[in-house]
Ligand binder design. Sequence first.
Ligand SMILES: Cc1cc2nc3c(=O)[nH]c(=O)nc-3n(C[C@H](O)[C@H](O)[C@H](O)COP(=O)(O)OP(=O)(O)OC[C@H]3O[C@@H](n4cnc5c(N)ncnc54)[C@H](O)[C@@H]3O)c2cc1C
Length: 220
Amino acid sequence: MIVKLLACTQNADAICAAAGKSCYSERSSADLLGKSDPEKTLGKIVGMGHLSVVEHASFTFSVEGVSRSLTHQLVRHRIASFSQQSQRYVSLKEPTYVIPETVAADPECKALYEKTMDDIWKAYNKLCETVPPEDARYVLPNGCTTNITITMNARELLHFFSLRCCNRAQWEIREMADQMLALCKEVSPTIFKNAGAPCMRGPCPEGKLTCGHPRKSDKV
Ligand SMILES: Cc1cc2nc3c(=O)[nH]c(=O)nc-3n(C[C@H](O)[C@H](O)[C@H](O)COP(=O)(O)OP(=O)(O)OC[C@H]3O[C@@H](n4cnc5c(N)ncnc54)[C@H](O)[C@@H]3O)c2cc1C
């Protein structure tokens, strides 16, 4: 998969810090911008649960070569905007699909998987000779690759990273979320300082379903 940060609020840490500070000041955020240490200000305000201040920062990503399984999980996040490659208007003549590592690691499973994909695409292309791609696509698999553009504000991203950087999330969406978080940290180190799976910040909330492997030690 390829994950790129296309655009984001410039100077997001400082803008959110000024917005937060303006709630407790006679001065405007314009007056306060750049006059406080974002880490100190945001750390305190966000720590109190005053998370609306980080909604002023927005991030847009381009994601290529992920499966439709992943995007089905992704678009359950409602406080976000998505633009996904259409299977109605784009016909996928050549087989294009994600192979999970577990499948790739087992020669018999891999051969079965690849043969099934070849058969599916033969059927798809045959159907496309008679019916529109929007109807032929009904035979396409969950593993079919797609491209998607995602925009989220920082508050939703913090929530998204809590759920999807967790080891309980599926590997593919977790890999994408980890890459998105690394890109966010480069441009907004303060807002995303403690972002990631809940075990980065405290005890695991997953109870009996815990993976038992805190991600604190990970490099993300
Ligand atoms: C490990 C894992 C396993 C999952 N398994 C399943 C599954 O088996 N089946 C399944 O259907 N889904 C499953 N999901 C999806 C999950 O139930 C959520 O739909 C998805 O994670 C989006 O999260 P969300 O609703 O918290 O957040 P978002 O849609 O991103 O919303 C952010 C927050 O806004 C608030 N919010 C948004 N909309 C509303 C609303 N209408 N009313 C009140 N508050 C709102 C909530 O506080 C919410 O947490 C799974 C998710 C994970 C991470």
